[in-house]
Design a protein around this ligand. Structure first.
Ligand SMILES: NC(=O)c1ccc[n+]([C@@H]2O[C@H](COP(=O)([O-])OP(=O)(O)OC[C@H]3O[C@@H](n4cnc5c(N)ncnc54)[C@H](OP(=O)(O)O)[C@@H]3O)[C@@H](O)[C@H]2O)c1
Length: 340
């Protein structure tokens, strides 16, 4: 089978297509012939060598996919050869076949395309976990979503709109403004150009924000932290600020890392604010919770409340270009790669 291998840590060119053996399956595993692969910023960091817990190269990255079941292990129930499925993997999804435990596989809704299925899981799970499970976002609350035009951002916008929040959003360029407005943001700020904190102080008449959903971190976080209203929740779930379009500039990364707010825990008590963080990659053992959330997300999909936003589609042999595009900050919604 063809697979895209991170041959060494570095820029997009280190991701190269190689011929590998089709993976073998254990008794509880499902082998899927992939039809589409959803790209995630986590894999950009994995290629750069900046993701915690990743293997040493060479390895095949990739955490979400859709496709058709090719074989099942002896103990697998409820899924059979030929079923259209989507699922999650710790690595290895950038390939024509992927083998994963049965609990990481879900059946695709009949009306869902392979591209949408590969784009649905990680972004919507991330948005749900941060906004619903952790932040308990409530109707009428003021929410700020950073990098709102991206894969996770567009899922977060839809969930927040459904929950009845008042949404403020940031984007890195004017080209991204329209989609974020269409998905329900009341105010969209181009944070590459304007001071988002000054705009939001003005927009909220100094009252601040109830929830901040931040995957960028760095100096942005220091400014955002000061905007929390009493009972405010700050959800940090990524640190894109350290990246640039070729890699990670170590000096800049250090500057960004040192720019986060220094938080003295007793001040959380007096100010009535909370800081939360999460990484779903390290929550894979919570299969019951994750499957329950996915069932809820699929119900929202069926009702048209939540739809994956697939902004661009690349063929499998252009997977390195697809990753470079995601890293360039030009992508909108999810970047998906199709497998012929
Ligand atoms: N903790 C978790 O479980 C979890 C799960 C999924 C994703 N994440 C994180 O959530 C974020 C979004 O993931 P995604 O896959 O949906 O990616 P994405 O949002 O589609 O793409 C990343 C976006 O981050 C923004 N960004 C800000 N500063 C950047 C920089 N210095 N370099 C590159 N991009 C920068 C860009 O949007 P603008 O140009 O509009 O700023 C860019 O388009 C990532 O940071 C990812 O690591 C975390």
């Amino acid at each position: 089978m063809r697979a895209a291998v991170i041959t060494k840590f570095g820029p997009p060119e280190v991701l190269q297509i190689r011929d590998l053996h089709v993976p073998s399956i254990g008794v509880g595993d499902v082998l899927v012939r992939t039809r589409a692969i959803g790209l995630n910023f986590a894999e950009v960091f994995a290629r750069l060598g900046y993701y915690p817990g990743i293997p040493k190269p060479p390895f095949v990255p990739g955490i979400e996919f859709s496709g058709v079941v090719d074989a099942t292990g002896a103990s697998v129930r409820g899924i059979k050869k030929g079923d259209r499925v989507f699922g999650f993997s710790k690595h290895n999804a950038y390939a024509e076949f992927v083998a994963v435990p049965r609990e990481f596989i879900l059946r695709m809704p009949r009306t869902m395309s392979f591209e949408d299925a590969a784009a649905f899981g990680v972004a919507s799970l991330t948005a749900y976990h941060g906004l619903v499970t952790l932040a308990h976002l409530m109707r009428g609350e003021r929410l700020l979503i950073h990098a709102a035009a991206g894969g996770v951002g567009t899922a977060a916008l839809q969930i927040a709109r459904h929950l009845g929040a008042t949404i403020f959003a940031t984007v890195g360029s004017e080209a991204k403004r329209k989609i974020v407005e269409e998905l329900g943001a009341k105010v969209v700020i181009n944070y590459s150009r304007d001071d988002f904190a000054a705009v939001l102080r003005n927009e909220t008449k100094g009252e601040g924000l109830d929830v901040i959903f931040d995957s960028v971190g760095g100096r942005l976080m220091r400014k955002g932290w000061k905007l929390l209203a009493p009972m405010g929740r700050y959800v940090l779930f990524g640190f894109a600020a350290v990246a640039n379009d070729r890699g990670v500039n170590k000096f800049r990364a250090l500057q960004e890392a040192m720019s986060v707010p220094l938080i003295y825990p007793p001040s959380l008590v007096t100010k009535n604010v909370s800081l939360m963080g999460f990484n779903l990659y390290f929550l894979a053992q919570k299969t019951k919770y994750l499957r329950t959330v996915m069932e809820q997300l699929l119900r929202w999909y069926a009702k048209g409340i939540l739809r994956p936003v697939v902004g661009s589609v690349f063929p499998f042999d252009k997977i390195a270009e697809a990753q470079a595009f995601l890293q360039s900050r030009k992508s909108v919604g999810k970047v998906v790669v199709t497998v012929a």
